[in-house]
Design a protein around this ligand. Structure first.
Ligand code: SF4
Length: 509
């Protein structure tokens, strides 16, 4: 694990039934062991983005940031960092790895000051390096600037090219640095400079910016990425998810609105805007999969929303079965909802081993063929001889679904009926979620029936957009009830220059 520490101003079936496993898919092939593979490589999911946390006006700022980031760890496991400010002096520490690995008591004690911003980051493998860990700290004319982001700037390549033509030299490939350059070049006061910079951006993002005397929080004009404001005593806190507030004992105040810019300084909180709200488009995948079930987005609890997705699935696509099980962890809430709606008992048919990290011990071929599953196992005594409804949140490439269906069959399930709590995922995301090449998205190239066959399920059903919107609740009267569903319907809420948009990773990359 590498790390960087600094003080002050450095830069950084339908039809048919298939009771037997497909001949060529009897066992998981290859990558379901955990040797040298990250969770993401084993589980065929679109990948989380990043998480941000900020605190202003609390003597234990670094400790609050530590626990806040720990609660947001699911949003990014590659690297993390905290930057504090003490009477104008910045102190920061960043490193590769989990929050609990990167920070210890000594590191936190060195992060003095009553304000802090922090970040957890997921990255695509090619950019998994310390230089891109956040917060990034820059020098600029009025002092120094620490910035962390969650999301992706669609027009970043265009802005970067313009800035380079005007003489800017970039140290990283990060969108965050582009923002810093835009701010630094403006002759205006910091808040106005930040507003001007954000007004140029197209994309989905939540930003925290800290200077020696201010902390600024902002959300893109569509509100793709969640950001919430809270209080702890007299201090203010920001976080990507409310679960961070629960952890530190902070009180939720409200969600940061699309296009809003909140400024904290010695005079308190100032609520400003850098843009009017465009069509609200909160990422539907936050509700379906990314956010923790104990978090709320716009006061909708995620566990409850996912339960309703399960109930909707039951109403849209009931199938007679003996048990319902959810693919852990994100689909357990929906499986409970499906079970409640149908009266079919919910059972723990699949178990995730939470303690697998990277391991460099290669299992023998014999162990491979016996199907030792380090990450996920079917509970034979639960599923054997049963007709199983298996709830999952999405199908991306289809590889994981096939593995899990076959795992249930190998454990003795008589039938496996797959129910998915999202519509078919068939388009790339340009707003900060790392999605595969469209050609690799199984729903982009296959019909539902073809997917059913490919994953060896007895039946397969995807929740409708309407069912999803009903389950979430959302904002009545707004398009898609305020949700972004572009990866399902290709209706992108912003201009997307497809040929220019950079890869669909988080702007933290
Ligand atoms: S395209 Fe999909 S993953 Fe991306 S923001 Fe929209 S709903 Fe979320």
């Amino acid at each position: 694990m590498s790390s960087a520490t600094g003080s002050a101003w450095s830069a950084e079936a339908g039809a048919g039934r298939l009771n037997q496993p497909a001949a060529d898919a009897r066992f998981w092939s290859g990558d379901y062991y955990n040797e040298g593979h990250s969770h993401e490589e084993i589980f065929d999911k679109v990948k989380e983005e990043c998480g941000v946390f900020g605190v202003f006006g609390h003597p234990g700022a670094s400790e609050l940031a530590y626990f806040g980031l720990h609660a947001l760890q699911h949003r990014g496991e590659e690297s993390c960092g905290i930057c504090t400010s003490e009477e104008g002096a910045f102190h920061y520490h960043r490193g590769m790895g989990l929050v609990k690995e990167v920070f210890d008591r000594d590191k936190l004690d060195g992060l003095v000051g009553d304000r802090a911003i922090g970040h957890v980051r997921y990255s695509t493998s090619g950019s998994s390096k310390l230089a891109n860990a956040q917060p990034l700290v820059f020098k600029y004319r009025d002092g120094d600037l620490a910035v962390c982001t969650n999301g992706n700037i669609v027009n970043e390549p265009v802005i970067r090219r313009e800035l380079e033509e005007q003489g800017s030299i970039f140290q990283t490939s990060s969108d965050t640095e582009v923002i810093a350059h835009l701010i630094a070049r403006s002759p205006k006061d910091l808040v106005e400079a930040v507003k001007d910079a954000f007004a140029r951006l197209i994309g989905g993002y939540a930003f925290l910016i800290m200077t020696k005397d201010r902390l600024i929080a902002a959300c893109d004009p569509n509100g793709f990425r969640p950001l919430v404001l809270g209080r702890i005593g007299d201090a203010y806190v920001f976080a990507s998810e409310t679960c961070a507030f629960e952890t530190i004992g902070a009180e939720y105040v409200r969600d940061v609105e699309p296009g809003e810019l909140l400024v904290l300084d010695k005079n308190g909180l100032r609520e400003e805007r850098f843009a009017k709200m465009e069509r609200r488009a909160i990422c539907a995948m936050e509700y379906i999969y990314f956010a923790r079930p104990d978090s709320d987005i716009y006061q909708t609890n995620l566990h409850s929303a996912r339960k309703r997705m399960g109930q909707k699935l039951a109403l849209e696509a009931f199938v007679d079965a003996d048990i319902v099980t959810g693919v852990p962890d994100s689909s357990i809430s929906a499986a409970i909802g499906y079970a409640e709606q149908t009266g079919i008992p919910y059972e723990l048919g699949l178990i995730k081993n939470k303690y697998t990290g990277r391991t460099f011990i290669q299992p023998s071929q014999e162990l491979r063929e016996k199907g030792v599953k380090m990450k996920l196992s079917a509970v034979r005594r639960v599923v054997e001889g049963k007709r199983v409804v298996m709830i999952d949140d999405s199908i991306v490439r289809g590889t994981t679904s096939l593995r899990i269906v076959n795992m249930l069959r190998e454990a003795g399930a008589l039938e496996v009926h797959v129910r998915i709590t999202s519509p078919p995922f068939m388009n790339p995301c340009y707003y900060g979620i790392d999605t595969p090449n469209p050609a690799d998205l199984i729903a982009n190239t296959k019909s539902v029936e073809e997917i059913r066959k490919a994953i060896n399920a007895d039946s397969l059903y995807f929740l409708t957009k309407e069912g999803l919107m009903d389950a979430v609740g959302g904002h009545e009267g707004e398009k898609n009830r305020g949700l972004c569903m572009s990866c399902f319907d290709h209706d992108y809420p912003t201009q997307v220059q497809f040929e220019q948009a950079k890869a669909t990773s988080c702007s933290c990359d």
